[in-house]
Design a protein around this ligand. Structure first.
Ligand code: NAX
Length: 327
């Protein structure tokens, strides 16, 4: 039998945490033959709720679940973890300035970066979900210099999956037949969902849809605004889809992407596609042997170029704002 993998979920008493931990314990993230030990972190006001989640995990009697650590101590939570899913953060509340929210998250991600750097297993893979996801991941990278930058990513897979879902609905085809959409940039409303290279059954999506107006406007804004539409309908933000997409992100990263298929991940930019180096930016990637590689040499038309640049500009501004919170 395989040795258990230790998976950290921060913010585990929250809504995404509640949907995510049973998926991990059922093998959806790391495979049906991979035992896991869950490490769950939250803050003291949520300690009792966190303990309730732990009780439910015991009650569910998951065969793959070999242990549960539920704690409000970041060092205990981070010790020995192989995978870290960072869902905990400070949400924007009504009337709060952007800078104040950023400042709270910068201090959370700075201190959790140190805990991970000192106590996580070597080669720990990190996925940041909490918003502002790209910039939280960048702060984590800055303050955990001994963790390889290739191991620090943020979640844009939910946006990617939303794009697949919209194309499948528009064409009346199975979502599993839609491939190779791309989310470029920030996990925010400036992200660029790009179908230029997407296919269904090997045929280019732009040829199948033949509705350029929808592809260049309705489709893009639907994907960009989907989070807000879910909040309007549910009075709560996306949780099951976010949790499922976080599992997809880690599974593909660890187990590899299928031949001929790419996915979107927020990763440390090396300057590919003239995106400024040093941002955490969502790119199309393939994964093999536990490492992602940015898909190279895709053609970028003028329409796309503007959108890639716009979301990069927003990320550069967020980066500057985050740094101003440090001084
Ligand atoms: P909740 O407010 O339900 O849960 C967040 C949890 O984090 C709470 O239990 C809170 O006590 C905990 N927390 C706060 N500070 C913490 C700290 N310093 N250490 C550990 N835990 C801490 O939010 P939920 O709906 O679960 O969303 C979590 C985060 O995901 C939010 O930042 C949200 O904006 C973000 N999202 C990101 C998405 C993505 O695609 N990247 C999509 C879904 C989601 O909106």
């Amino acid at each position: 039998a395989k040795d258990p993998v230790r998976v950290l979920v921060t913010g585990a008493a929250g809504q995404i945490g509640y949907a995510l931990v049973p998926m991990i314990a059922r093998g959806i993230m790391l495979g049906a033959d991979q035992p896991v030990i869950l490490h769950m972190l939250d803050i003291p006001p949520a300690a009792e709720a966190l303990n309730g989640v732990k009780m439910e995990l015991v009650d569910a009697a998951f065969p793959l679940l070999k242990g549960v650590v539920a704690t409000t101590d970041a060092v205990e939570a981070c010790t020995g973890v192989n995978v870290a899913v960072m869902v905990g953060g400070f949400p924007r509340k009504e009337g709060m300035e952007r800078k104040d929210v950023m400042s709270k998250n910068v201090s959370i991600y700075k201190s959790q970066a140190s805990a991970l750097e000192k106590h996580a297993a070597a080669n720990c893979k990190v996925l940041v979900v909490a918003n502002p996801a790209n910039t939280n991941a960048l702060i984590l990278k800055e303050f955990a210099p001994s963790i390889p930058e290739k191991n620090i990513t943020c979640l844009t897979r939910l946006d990617h999956n939303r794009a697949l879902g919209q194309i499948s609905e528009k064409l009346g085809v199975q979502v599993s037949d839609v491939k190779n959409v791309i989310i470029w940039g920030n996990h925010s409303s400036t992200q660029y969902p790009d179908v230029t290279h997407a296919t269904v059954g090997g045929k280019p999506v732009p040829e199948l849809i033949k509705d350029d107006e929808w592809l260049k406007s309705g489709f893009i804004s639907t994907v960009q605004q989907r989070g807000a539409a879910i909040i309007k309908a549910r009075k709560l933000s996306s949780a099951l889809s976010a949790a499922s997409s976080a599992c997809d992100h880690i599974r593909d990263w660890v187990c590899g992407t299928p031949e001929g298929t790419w996915v979107s991940m927020g990763v440390y930019s090396d300057g590919s596609y003239n995106v400024p180096a040093g941002l955490i930016y969502s790119f199309p990637v393939t994964c093999r042997n536990g490492e992602w590689t940015i898909v190279q040499d895709l053609s970028i038309d003028e329409f796309s170029r503007k959108k890639l640049d716009l979301t990069a500009e927003e990320l550069s501004e967020e980066k500057a704002l985050a740094y101003s919170c440090l001084s």
